[in-house]
Write a protein that binds this ligand. Structure first.
Ligand SMILES: NC(=O)c1ccc[n+]([C@@H]2O[C@H](COP(=O)([O-])OP(=O)(O)OC[C@H]3O[C@@H](n4cnc5c(N)ncnc54)[C@H](O)[C@@H]3O)[C@@H](O)[C@H]2O)c1
Length: 131
């Protein structure tokens, strides 16, 4: 039976490699990426790289992209209800190497609040499943 992977922040650097790895190593996987694409384009990047094309050009047809904020309870809840993933890989974050030390509130929201949200949603779904 095919396995479903739900990857928050899956459009990022590590997420895109994770998608590729799953596609290359697991038979017929279903991959759902939840990403807000908010930091996708570095405004100071003079070359204005099209990361989406660069990372997903040849594999985007195999991935279902959901655009949304992983801090948002309803968005995460709806995604998990809809796709019923077997695995959750949580990568949504504003990584340390980028703006962490420049904007600690954004870092907290990106990293800690998304994690709390995911835990809360999973707890609710487990509760709902119990008879
Ligand atoms: N790149 C590294 O070398 C490295 C090393 C160790 C740990 N990590 C960790 O791995 C994770 C991913 O890192 P990366 O290098 O792929 O970063 P990245 O910036 O390339 O990817 C992060 C993705 O998360 C998305 N995102 C951010 N906030 C979001 C939100 N609220 N809702 C939905 N999507 C959101 C961004 O749009 C982006 O696509 C981070 O937690 C990072 O700290 C990275």
């Amino acid at each position: 039976m095919s396995k479903t992977f739900f990857i928050t922040g899956g459009a990022g650097f590590i997420g895109s490699h994770t998608c590729r790895y799953i596609l290359n190593s697991i038979q017929n996987p279903k991959i759902v990426v939840l990403d807000n694409f908010a930091r996708y384009q570095d405004p100071f990047d003079q070359e204005n790289t099209n990361f989406y094309d660069l990372r997903f050009k040849d594999i985007r047809k195999n991935i279902c992209f959901e655009r949304g904020d992983a801090q948002n309870f309803s968005i995460v809840y709806d995604c998990l209800k809809k796709y019923k993933p077997n695995f959750i890989i949580h990568l949504a974050a504003v990584p340390v190497a980028k703006t962490n030390n420049l904007n600690s509130f954004e870092m907290k929201a990106g990293s800690i609040d998304t994690t709390s949200c995911l835990i809360e949603v999973c707890a609710k779904l487990i509760k709902e499943k119990k008879p």
